[in-house]
Design a binder for this molecule. Structure first.
Ligand code: ZN
Length: 344
C-alpha cells in the first residue's frame, strides 16, 4: 500500500485546505478553549511545543504524548463534526472516492487481524462485535463476511451514515459511545479505528467503551502515535498533525497508561503502519527544502525501494511506526481467560 492509493495528493490537499478554512468558522473563539492535562497519562507536565494554524500543541514531559492544549470544548468539537464543510467533504467526496482502495488495503486486513485474535483469545459468548464510528459500514460488511460473529453492530452518531448502514441490514446505535450504557450493549469485541486522535477526551471515550464490553471482552483500536517515525521526523510539518482534526497524537507509552487508567487491561500494542517511509519520501519530493536530519535525507534521496521497505519493516517490528494498534481487555469475573501480553 502506498500513501497516494488511500490519500490521493490533490484530494487530500483540498481536504486540508477546506479544514483550514473551517478553523476560522468553528474555532475563532479561542478565548473559550480549555487547557487540558495530558490526555494519555493525566500529567500536568505539558510543555508548549509549537503553534500550527493558530492552535497550540504541547508535549508531555512524563509520557512524551503530543496534544493540543488549550483545545476547543467538547461542544465546539461536536458541532464542528456535525456541521462543517470539511466533514461534508470527507463524507461526500474523500471517503467515497477512496472507498474501494480502503476496503482492500485497510478494512479487509483489519478484519483478518481480528479473525486471528478470535483464534487465540477466549471471548465471552454470544460473540457480538460492534464497530464504534462505523461510518458507511464497509468494515461491518467485512466483519460479516468472516462468518464468526452472531451479530455485527455499528455505533455511528451521523444520521446519514447510520441510515446507509441500516439499509444493508445492520443494527446501528445512532449515538456517540459516551451516551450509551451497559443495558444497550454488552459486546465481546469493540473496534474503533482512527477515532481517538479526534476526541476532546480519549479517557472518557475508553471509559465509556469499557461499559459496553462484556466481562473479558476486548477493545481493538487504532490511532496515530507521535512515537512513530514520520511524525517524529516531521513534527509540526507532518500532515498527520492536522488541527482541528488530530488533537491527540499519544505516545505508545502514553497509550499504555491511558488503557490502564480506563480500567482496561493491555493485551498487546503494535505498530503495523506501512506508510511512514513513503510519507516522508513524498514530503521531500513535494518540498525538497523539508528540513530532515542528514541520514534520513540521504537514505530517501539516494537509496532504493528495497532499503525503504526494510526500514518500514524495522519500524513495524519495533513499535516505531506512527500507526498504532492497541488491544485491551475488560477485566473478567474469573481470571481463567487465556491472554497474551506482548510488545513487539
Ligand atoms: Zn503524558
Amino acid at each position: 500500500m502506498k500513501e497516494h492509493e488511500i490519500r490521493p495528493r490533490e484530494l487530500f490537499d483540498s481536504f486540508l485546505e477546506v479544514a483550514r478554512r473551517d478553523i476560522d468558522v468553528y474555532f475563532a473563539k479561542s478565548a473559550e478553549f480549555v487547557a487540558v492535562r495530558c490526555p494519555a497519562c493525566d500529567s500536568d507536565q505539558g510543555r508548549p511545543s509549537f503553534v500550527k494554524h493558530g492552535m497550540q500543541y504541547a508535549e508531555c514531559a512524563d509520557c512524551g504524548s503530543l496534544f493540543m492544549s488549550p483545545r476547543p470544548t467538547r461542544e465546539m468539537i461536536d458541532r464542528y463534526y456535525r456541521e462543517s464543510e470539511s466533514s461534508r467533504f470527507w463524507a461526500q467526496r474523500f471517503f467515497p472516492e477512496t472507498a474501494e482502495p480502503r476496503r482492500r488495503f485497510i478494512f479487509r486486513p483489519r478484519a483478518e487481524v481480528l479473525n486471528e485474535l478470535l483464534s487465540r483469545l477466549d471471548l465471552p459468548r454470544p460473540l457480538i462485535v460492534a464497530d464504534i464510528g462505523s461510518g458507511f459500514g464497509i468494515f461491518l460488511e467485512e466483519l460479516r463476511k468472516l462468518g464468526a460473529f452472531e451479530e455485527v453492530v455499528g455505533i455511528e452518531p451521523s444520521t446519514d451514515l447510520a441510515c446507509a448502514s441500516r439499509d444493508r441490514g445492520f443494527r446501528i446505535f445512532e449515538h456517540p459511545v459516551e451516551s450509551l450504557n451497559a443495558s444497550d450493549l454488552q459486546a465481546s469485541v469493540l473496534t474503533s479505528f482512527e477515532v481517538i486522535e479526534h476526541l476532546h477526551s480519549p479517557f472518557d471515550f475508553l471509559h465509556s467503551a469499557r461499559r459496553l464490553l462484556a466481562p473479558g471482552g476486548i477493545l481493538m483500536f487504532t490511532t496515530l502515535t507521535c512515537s512513530g517515525w514520520d511524525i517524529r521526523l516531521l513534527w509540526e510539518r507532518s500532515k498527520s498533525v492536522s488541527p482541528p482534526h488530530h488533537i491527540n497524537l499519544l505516545s505508545t507509552e502514553g497509550l499504555e497508561r491511558l488503557v490502564g487508567r480506563s480500567g482496561l487491561e493491555l493485551v498487546e500494542i503494535a505498530t503495523p503502519g506501512k506508510l511512514d517511509v513513503d510519507i516522508v519520501g513524498n514530503m521531500l519530493e513535494e518540498d525538497p527544502g523539508t528540513p530532515l536530519d542528514r541520514f534520513s535525507a540521504y537514505l530517501l534521496r539516494h537509496r532504493g525501494a528495497e532499503v525503504r521497505a526494510d526500514l518500514q519493516g524495522l519500524l513495524q517490528r519495533h513499535c516505531l511506526s506512527s500507526h498504532v494498534r492497541v488491544v485491551a481487555r475488560a477485566p473478567c469475573a474469573q481470571t481463567s481467560h487465556s491472554q497474551t501480553k506482548s510488545r513487539p
